[in-house]
Design a protein around this ligand. Structure first.
Ligand SMILES: [Zn+2]
Length: 208
């Protein structure tokens, strides 16, 4: 069960900024409902500001998580294991920072350990800590890769994200089948074609 962060009266861990009160947040939702053209006092909508604010606590819980701290506990006894470690098809749920609508897709993470390995569930938690914020896919890809590189100091890191952006599928250009693919390759995955190809094969791609 994820521990739900109570956002009221708290400072954002990620930005250091003080949050508005919960009442202010709910009032903002009422304003948007009126902006859309509806009546926030009609029966079906009276509970909506409360529900939206609670949804935001889930959608944006990453602002209260520290991805670097998640990676602190590592294992050094790797028995000479020096092959690529890959976690593929990590479910991605994020929100685009330009329109605040969902980005849904998959993240594939690989690294080439150098002495230290980390529990694989931690890789997924690092993805979530950055994904549950307002994002653009390019920045999300780089943040995941750079954090793994900085904290684990492996011989290389690879991150590939494939995702659909609802700001493209349900508004604007209304293109329903497009997936955006982004990648960041560091160390051996950037410099060594064989290592890169091995990773791409493991995630079922021939290129990025
Ligand atoms: Zn967007």
């Amino acid at each position: 069960m994820n521990k739900m962060v109570k956002k009221s009266e708290m400072v954002s861990l990620a930005t250091g900024l003080t949050r508005p009160s919960r009442d202010e947040a709910e009032a903002a939702v009422r304003t948007l409902i009126r902006w859309a053209g509806d009546d926030p006092d009609r029966e079906g909508l009276v509970g909506t500001p409360d529900r939206v604010v609670r949804s935001y606590e889930e959608f944006f819980r990453g602002y209260d998580e520290d991805p670097r701290e998640m990676l602190q506990r590592t294992f050094e006894e790797v028995e000479g294991y020096d092959e690529v470690v890959v976690l593929r098809d990590i479910r991605l749920e994020s929100h685009c920072e330009h329109h605040m609508v969902p980005i849904i897709g998959k993240v594939h993470v690989g690294y080439l350990p150098d002495k230290r390995v980390v529990g694989i569930s931690k890789l997924a938690r690092v993805v979530d800590a950055f994904a549950f914020r307002l994002q653009i896919q390019e920045k999300l890809t780089a943040q995941i890769a750079n954090t793994l590189q900085e904290v684990l100091q492996p011989r290389g890191v690879a991150v590939v994200i494939e995702a659909a952006h609802q700001c493209m599928t349900t508004r604007g250009v209304h293109k329903s089948d497009v997936a955006m693919v982004t990648s960041r390759m560091l160390g051996a995955f950037r410099d060594n074609g064989e290592t890169r190809r091995e990773f791409l094969t493991m995630i079922g791609r021939t290129s990025v």
